[in-house]
Design a binder for this molecule. Structure first.
Ligand SMILES: Cc1ncc(COP(=O)(O)O)c(C=O)c1O
Length: 360
């Protein structure tokens, strides 16, 4: 039970529907649901429970995220995309049935040296051009041979890579990454995994045995037009309430630093939400919220627990009125663009302090 009138509403049915739409994009592939970072801020346990009967596996970044899902009763396979950090995680991964995406020569060596209760289900991450994580393609055949000889593998590893520019459909690196992974798959007779959401939506050549959609499950892809064509819907809406209203004279300033000044007599509403909940502080007066069926701009700098909104054009607005910060009327991708970031960042910044209301 919480008393504050600010909350994030998460529609789990929308996530389920978005996941099903992601499957329709690549009917010949299996779709692993990426639910790292607390399912991009949407609640990993709730999302996993919602998808566990239709998703063959989940993906998280590190073992702590996977353990939290197991503790909550999620029995599905969970792929850990950063593999492991310390050798002691290996026996835990084997005991809990986690799949490890191995990405570095150091991990391979640690795995070779560490006795295991049973062979592990491993994927190999290949660096095809992103230059972040991954084994160089030319080293992959020898590594596969070494791990197989030492009996470390429960089955033939999936070769995975991550696309660096999938949002830019015509970026030449896309095809190079696709070709490199394909070639390696042929040479080693391995299953493949390549597409993230953007690739799944607009680069069919990247579809393979396993795709790994994340952001599209939450309906917030930066590929706005394509998302609309597919029918994706945003799963998270953030709401607050007006807790005070001020009538300002021309020249009056609002908030810390007085960086917003009334150019004419104005009506300013204060909402009970701020950067301490994950709303970005770096807004300007182009950022909008939604109330009474209309948009209104943010006025003044965002505080930890509050923010101001110019409601001069909405005379009917009153204390206690509900306001959407993002959701169906203010797409989070739009706000993200205005504050020079991505929907990914805004969604994952929503923190514990902001209550989550789940719609099921
Ligand atoms: C390795 C890997 N695969 C898949 C994804 C999902 O990407 P997206 O959320 O863009 O679909 C991520 C997310 O960053 C990732 O790191």
């Amino acid at each position: 039970m919480t008393y504050r009138p600010s909350f994030a509403e998460i529609d789990l049915n929308v996530i389920r529907n978005n996941y099903q739409l992601s499957c329709q994009q690549a009917p010949a592939s299996k779709q692993l649901a990426v639910i790292k970072a607390n399912a991009y801020g949407h609640g990993a346990v709730q999302v996993a429970k919602q998808l566990e009967d239709i998703a063959p596996a989940f993906a998280v970044a590190f073992i702590d995220e996977a353990l939290a899902l197991r503790e909550a009763g999620i029995r599905s396979p969970i792929l850990i995309m950063e593999g492991f950090f310390r050798a002691q995680e290996l026996s835990l991964a084997s005991e809990k049935g986690f799949w490890l995406m191995l990405h570095s020569p150091e991990q391979i060596e640690m795995l070779e040296k560490t006795p295991l209760p049973s062979p592990l289900n491993c994927w190999l991450k290949v660096d095809t051009g992103m230059h972040r994580l991954g084994i160089l393609p030319e080293h992959v055949p020898a590594i596969l041979e070494r791990l197989t000889k030492r009996g470390k593998l429960a089955q033939s590893p999936v070769l995975a890579t991550h696309m660096a520019n999938a949002e830019e459909m015509n970026n030449p690196l896309n095809q190079r990454q696709i070709d490199r992974l394909r070639q390696l798959g042929k040479d080693t007779n391995s299953p493949l995994s390549q597409a993230n959401s953007a690739a799944l939506m607009q680069l069919p050549a990247s579809h393979s045995n396993w795709n790994r959609p994340g952001i599209m499950l939450y309906g917030c892809s930066p590929l706005v037009q394509r998302s609309e064509q597919i029918g994706l819907q945003p799963a998270m809406s953030v709401y607050s309430e007006i807790i005070a209203i001020r009538e300002l004279k021309k020249g009056d300033a609002v908030g810390y630093g007085g960086c917003w000044q009334a150019r004419k007599p104005s009506r300013i509403a204060t909402l009970a939400i701020g950067y301490g909940d994950g709303y970005p502080r770096s807004t300007d007066s182009q950022c909008e919220v939604f109330l009474h069926g209309q948009r209104a701009t943010v006025a003044g700098s965002v505080s930890m627990d509050m923010l101001g909104v110019d409601i001069s054009h909405i005379p009917e607005a009153r204390v206690g009125d509900k306001v959407e910060l993002w959701g169906n009327n203010i797409p989070v991708t739009e706000l993200a663009r205005r504050v020079n970031t991505l929907s990914y960042e805004l969604l994952t910044r929503v923190n514990q302090r902001l209550p989550k209301h789940f719609v099921d």
